[in-house]
Design a protein around this ligand. Structure first.
Ligand SMILES: [Zn+2]
Length: 376
């Protein structure tokens, strides 16, 4: 994938934020510290790459910025994430910045949307990573005009790291732009947020996601439209759905929702046992981990979200099509009579329990019975 071309596609798709960032960069009035906030899969990380290109492209002035056909020297290096003034800082497992950061960068170059370099191991942005930022900023930009430091998943910064970051933001170097990228800006210190110019990203439009899948993943037009409807504004989700593992997860989530709507509590208990891995056959076939189950429950909340919007007549035709295909058109009316927001709350609580290490099978059967009101 041409990462810069992908970033430009996102800048066009983000019809409000794209021109805003482009304009700030072009005017020379870009604030030194920014927060890119907004939902998953809105293109925040790619926009940070785009910002680096906007600030450092050497052909910009007379001939306009360079395009995908022929890139200037600066943009060519940004395209492969090799520009010395573009610093991408990712959370890594504790004490592993020397190996962890290059590993993530390598993985991004290979497939920008790939994830899970460290499996289920905990990652954070520790004080050592912030020191790395400070060191990088103590030098003048090597080649470009203004260096860009993007701190990804900035909410994973430890308290110590956030305090060090705060000191940096109190006197940011004029030759740099520091971008904190996060889905959870409220997990940043309020003193950090108050020093940053916060840019809120919107979820991407289905048409933009479909176009992206066609252009960068060679997905055929109709299929791209279908996946975009399922993606619900989240490009990452759209890309995940190209994977067999994720698709199986989505189908299992849909099967559970169908059983819930039908009130089949006995079958749901069996499903809870199987999903939790008590059935050897199932374990061999699927091998869902605790994280996978949490993901499956998240897929259920997406399905219930679709059911809510369907009940309120707010679904587009393609969305309605994929929903009907997932749980069966005949169940839509019965589902509309449910307390759907209540269902979503119950599922979200179960996800929280799983994240707190509650027993897998117990949590699932409790949830499924709760959803069918079938306690015995
Ligand atoms: Zn350029």
């Amino acid at each position: 994938m041409d990462i810069l071309a992908a970033a430009e596609a996102i800048a066009r798709a983000q019809t409000r934020v794209g021109p805003l960032i482009e304009g700030l960069a072009a005017s020379g009035k870009l604030p030194p510290s920014l927060v890119f906030a907004g939902p998953e899969g809105a293109g925040k990380e790619l926009m940070a790459v785009k910002l680096a290109a906007a600030l450092n492209c050497v052909r910009r002035s007379a001939e306009g910025p360079c395009g995908a056909g022929e890139r200037c020297e600066a943009c060519s290096k940004i395209r492969t994430l090799e520009h010395p003034d573009l610093h991408l800082i990712y959370p890594v497992p504790h004490g592993e910045i020397d190996t962890g950061l290059p590993l993530v960068l390598e993985s991004r170059r290979e497939d920008f949307f790939a994830r899970g370099e460290f499996g289920n191991r905990g990652r954070s942005i520790g004080i050592d990573l912030v020191r790395l930022v400070i060191e990088a900023l103590s030098k003048h930009p090597f080649e470009g005009k203004r260096s860009v430091v993007a701190i990804l998943e900035a909410h994973l910064a430890t308290a110590e790291a956030q305090n060090a970051l705060l000191k940096l933001l109190e006197e940011p170097p004029a030759s740099a732009a520091i971008v904190l990228v996060t889905e959870y800006p409220d997990r940043l210190l309020s003193t950090i947020r108050s020093r940053c110019y916060e840019i809120r990203f919107d979820p991407l439009a289905p048409g933009a996601i479909a176009g992206f899948l066609e252009e960068f993943y060679s997905v055929e037009k109709e299929e791209a439209k279908r996946l975009a409807a399922l993606a619900q504004g989240n490009l990452r989700r759209g890309i995940n759905l190209l994977e067999e593992r994720f698709l199986a997860l989505w189908k299992d989530a849909a099967a559970v929702v169908a059983l819930v709507v039908d009130g089949k509590s006995k079958e749901l208990i069996a499903e809870a046992e199987e999903l939790a891995g008590y059935s050897e056959a199932r374990r061999r076939n699927r091998g869902y981990s605790r994280e996978d189950i949490a993901e499956l429950l998240e897929e259920m909340t997406i399905l219930f979200g679709l059911l809510i919007r369907n009940r309120d007549g707010r679904l587009q035709e393609t969305e309605k099509g994929v929903l009907a295909e997932a749980i069966g058109a005949g169940r839509l009316a019965a589902a509309a009579a449910r307390d759907l927001p209540g269902d979503v709350r119950k599922i979200s609580a179960a996800i929280e329990s799983l994240r707190r290490n509650a027993d897998l099978e117990l949590t699932l059967s409790h949830l499924f019975l709760d959803l069918t009101h079938a306690w015995y």
